[in-house]
Design a protein around this ligand. Structure first.
Ligand SMILES: [Zn+2]
Length: 218
């Protein structure tokens, strides 16, 4: 989805995890051991993600929601581009770069203030209890935010159609959501794990496909 905004993906041979070892910079174990290293990775990611813009696929989904044809978006992306494109019901099952949180007292706040504090020291501290804050994204080894998967599963079960856009359906549990639905269609460049179970598979880019859907609907 977001690669069309110029954001590198994670898993391909040119992706982010081909350059850095995820468990060293983006796992809960790494955060407990060396929060400074995790923050230095995320500080760079957050700055990069703030410079990119939503692409035609994000805008098309927001428009489909305004037409009452999309009920909600479930995303593993942390970049907030769906919200920035105007989508209202967005369930960010892996959290987002919008916030930071305290694992001790559960304080959660906007990442902006936290990033300002990062300029002064290498790790931001909780304003409430002084513990080191964690980026508001779900790290490897962490549970998904409470309620998010339950809500996503409910939506999948009650949907007329689940539309999978720009995912190779490799990361569980989100990859299993289409199987909860009455029907699902996939728009993705390249094969996915559920191609043979989908009612429809379109092997093409998200932007061109969703824009064509909007045009076809007039
Ligand atoms: Zn705290």
């Amino acid at each position: 989805m977001s690669t069309e905004s110029g954001i590198p993906d994670f898993r391909s041979s040119t992706g982010i995890w081909a350059e850095v070892e995820p468990f060293e910079v983006a796992s809960i174990q790494a955060f407990r051991r060396d929060p400074e290293r995790v923050w230095s990775f995320y500080r760079e990611r957050i700055h990069l993600l703030r410079e990119v813009e939503p692409n035609p696929a994000h805008y098309a989904l927001a428009e489909l929601e305004r037409c009452d044809l999309v009920a909600a978006i479930v995303t593993q992306n942390i970049d907030t581009l769906h919200t920035r494109a105007g989508s209202r019901e967005v369930i960010e099952v892996h959290g987002s770069i919008r916030s930071a949180q305290c694992l001790r007292c559960l304080w959660t706040g906007p990442a902006d203030a936290v990033l300002e504090r990062l300029e002064e020291r290498s790790t931001p501290l909780c304003p409430q209890c002084g513990e080191v804050l964690k980026p508001g994204v779900v790290l490897f080894g962490e549970l998904l935010p409470p309620g998010a998967m339950e809500r996503a599963t409910d939506l999948a079960r009650t949907a007329g159609l689940v539309l999978v856009v720009g995912s190779s359906l490799e990361v569980w549990p989100v990859a299993g959501l289409p199987l909860e639905a009455r029907a699902f269609a996939i728009v993705n460049r390249g094969p996915t794990a559920l191609d043979d179970r989908a009612q429809l598979k379109i092997d093409a880019g998200a932007g061109e496909t969703l824009t064509a859907v909007l045009d076809a609907l007039g």
